[in-house]
Design a protein around this ligand. Structure first.
Ligand SMILES: Nc1ncnc2c1ncn2[C@@H]1O[C@H](COP(=O)(O)OP(=O)(O)OP(=O)(O)O)[C@@H](O)[C@H]1O
Ligand SMILES: [Mg+2]
Length: 616
């Protein structure tokens, strides 16, 4: 895999900034990395010196025939190489350890930041794209950290050290090597730029094929329903062939580098050996120097190869790191609120803050005043659009008195879900105000605001875990009995008990082993277990049969007695008993009233109810 990336690196846009950011992570482990640097120097120094020692060994002991001296010197060399080997082992182990820790830190910073991003960020980026930061990009960083950092230093030191040592041994002979090294370097640069072009294309093709396969997996059912297998396979074959072609091109060039440089280095060796031999015969050079010189020549190609490979790998990693840091620098959700939620108890008509979970809440403003949480939600002339130029809500005003059940009806795309997204502050409004118990919701801390609301959103989402875990998501410390009670309210208890493992049945892949309606019941149970002051149900029972819906409604009405509930439903029987029904059309409330009065008006609600609307 490393070969793939060698010459085909994508350059980061701002190398210096990214490198500094990455180094700041290494900075947390300064001492470890200093130790790594030291060991790298030891290992390089030992190798260079070990080779240099050949000269005195030959000149002083072998040529004069001093066996005892030779043994001692060889032992000395052995010790030196051993030190070098131990240092190499030491730094690579240290590097692996610290690299994993750094990557772990990067991953958790990234995860924590993604959690803070506003929903609007996810609207503009595909999941696959964000996922790849966690997988591909973190991978490249990890790979580079494991090897590149240390190897780049080591190969650079080895290369300069080798050239210096060769010059020390023979200036004249080193000129040959320098010419060869310059040739190799020029070749590597030339070849690198060609293969980069193909490599980029290969990456693009890889992205295309991945995207295609991903979509295929997700849309399997639709593919089968419409008999699209043959067509899709043909499309896949085209993508597959493109990928093969580009990969072959990319690898053909990449694969040329090492053999060519190695061949050049053999040639270099041969030329140096001939020239050195002649020099020795002419008495310009002693045998010891020649032997150790030739070993240096043999060694010179490797660090050059290694250096360019690792620099390229590091560049790829920096491009990955840049994408990771870009995500980390994405603007997080604003939260300027200072009003918090607290438990209170009432004594002689006066509210006081309580450390216990009294079940009674109040808003606590900065000046320590307590405002009881009632669930009074008001919109004043709210204007909003997901993108500034396209308004979705045009001047919505409404109020929900505590204890009321407010319903929104209206055609698809009218803006019902949007309204409740704003109560939760998933998005920021453009003008107007939303108040909650008289407090502008922008003043309320987001966590507390959301804590006071439970929501069953339109698209049910279940997590991998047991059924009980999924219900407990609404209140993490709920007891088993509370979980069961919530399931009974949501009418989920009976089907759960019929499952082989009951409440301990594992759910995988978003609850794929349950029916759509059953998944909704779990979502409702999750909201019920939270016992929130305000409840929002967005098409919460759209897949549930009407009889079960009635039963859920009864249960929910009982626990939401005196609390505010927002209901959105297309099935108008669901909202009939609401205190106020708002009829929404193209982002405006066009009618409001209770069921009877709306029917009397003979307007849009009447049309929706009697089905005339669809017939028109
Ligand atoms: N995340 C989003 N980004 C951009 N536009 C959006 C987004 N979500 C919804 N919209 C647009 O806002 C409008 C209102 O959508 P909304 O989801 O509020 O409709 P709805 O009344 O809930 O419809 P439905 O009955 O189908 O659930 C639609 O025109 C839709 O295209
Ligand atoms: Mg909706």
């Amino acid at each position: 895999m490393a070969q793939y990336r060698i010459s085909g690196y994508k350059r980061p846009k701002n190398t210096k900034k990214t490198l500094l950011h990455l180094l700041s992570y290494l900075g947390h482990h300064k001492w470890l990395f200093l130790l790594v640097g030291f060991l790298v120097c030891v290992s390089t120094g030992a190798n260079l010196l070990g080779t240099y020692l050949l000269k005195p060994v030959i000149n002083r002991f072998i040529l004069p025939g001093d066996l005892k001296g030779l043994l001692e010197a060889v032992c000395g060399m052995g010790v030196m190489y051993l030190c070098g080997a131990l240092a190499t082992l030491g730094y690579s182990q240290l590097m692996i350890k610290s690299a994993q820790t750094v990557v772990q830190e990067i991953r958790s910073d990234l995860f924590a930041h993604v959690q803070k991003l506003p929903l609007s960020y996810f609207d503009g980026h595909t999941h696959g794209e964000l996922m790849s930061r966690f997988t591909n990009d973190v991978d490249t960083v990890q790979e580079a950290m494991n090897n590149s950092f240390a190897m780049i230093i080591q190969s650079f030191l080895t290369l300069t050290g080798t050239v210096v040592m060769m010059m020390v041994l023979s200036i004249r002979l080193s000129l040959i090597v320098i010419v060869f090294l310059a040739f190799m370097f020029a070749f590597i640069r030339f070849n690198g730029s060609r293969s980069r072009k193909y490599f980029r294309r290969q990456q693009e093709e890889l992205g295309r094929i991945n995207g295609f396969v991903e979509e295929m997996m997700a849309g399997q059912k639709v593919e089968k329903v419409f008999n699209h297998e043959k067509k899709d396979f043909e499309n896949f074959c085209i993508l597959n062939e493109n990928l093969r072609r580009e990969s072959t091109n990319a690898l053909a060039y990449t694969g040329m580098q090492v053999p060519t440089v190695v061949s050049l280095s053999y040639l270099n060796y041969a030329v140096s050996a001939c020239a050195g031999g002649l020099f020795a015969l002419a008495g310009l050079m002693d045998l010891g120097s020649l032997a150790s010189y030739l070993v240096y020549v043999r060694q010179s190609a490797m660090p050059l190869n290694q250096f360019t490979q690792q620099v390229n790998l590091l560049m790829t990693a920096l491009a990955g790191a840049e994408r990771i840091f870009d995500l980390m620098e994405a603007e997080p959700e604003e939260d300027e609120g200072d009003v918090t939620l607290c438990y209170v108890k009432e004594e002689n008509g006066k509210l006081t803050e309580s450390a216990e979970r009294t079940g009674l809440f109040a808003w606590k403003a900065a000046e320590d005043t307590l405002i009881p949480l009632k669930g009074d939600v008001r919109f004043h002339d709210v204007v909003f659009g997901y993108v500034p130029e396209k308004k979705v809500l045009n001047g919505i005003s409404l109020y929900a008195k505590p204890g009321q059940k407010i319903a929104f009806v209206g055609s698809t795309g009218a803006g019902k879900t949007t309204i409740i997204n704003l109560v939760n502050r998933f998005y920021e409004i453009q003008s107007g105000t939303i108040t909650y118990d008289g407090i502008d919701i922008r003043r309320i801390r987001k966590d507390d605001l959301r804590h006071s609301l439970a929501m069953v959103i339109q698209e049910t989402h279940l997590f991998t875990g047991t059924i009980a875990d999924n219900i407990r998501y609404g209140k993490l410390d709920a007891t088993d009995e509370e979980v069961r009670e919530a399931a009974r309210i949501a009418n989920a208890d009976s089907f759960i008990r019929r499952l082989p493992d009951g409440y301990d049945t594992m759910l995988y892949g978003d609850g794929g082993n349950l029916s759509q309606g059953q998944r909704q019941l779990l979502a409702i149970a999750r909201a019920a277990v939270a016992r929130p002051p305000v409840l929002i149900l967005d098409e919460a029972t759209s897949s549930v049969d009407t009889r079960t819906e009635r039963l859920i409604e009864k249960g929910m009405d009982a626990i939401m007695e005196g609390r505010t509930v927002f209901v959105i439903a297309h099935r108008l029987s669901t909202v009939r008993n609401s205190k106020a029904i708002m009829v929404l059309e193209r982002g405006e409330i066009i009618e409001r009233g209770d069921h009877e009065s709306l029917l009397e008006q003979k307007g849009r609600y009447y049309q929706l109810y009697t089905g005339q609307f669809e017939l028109e």
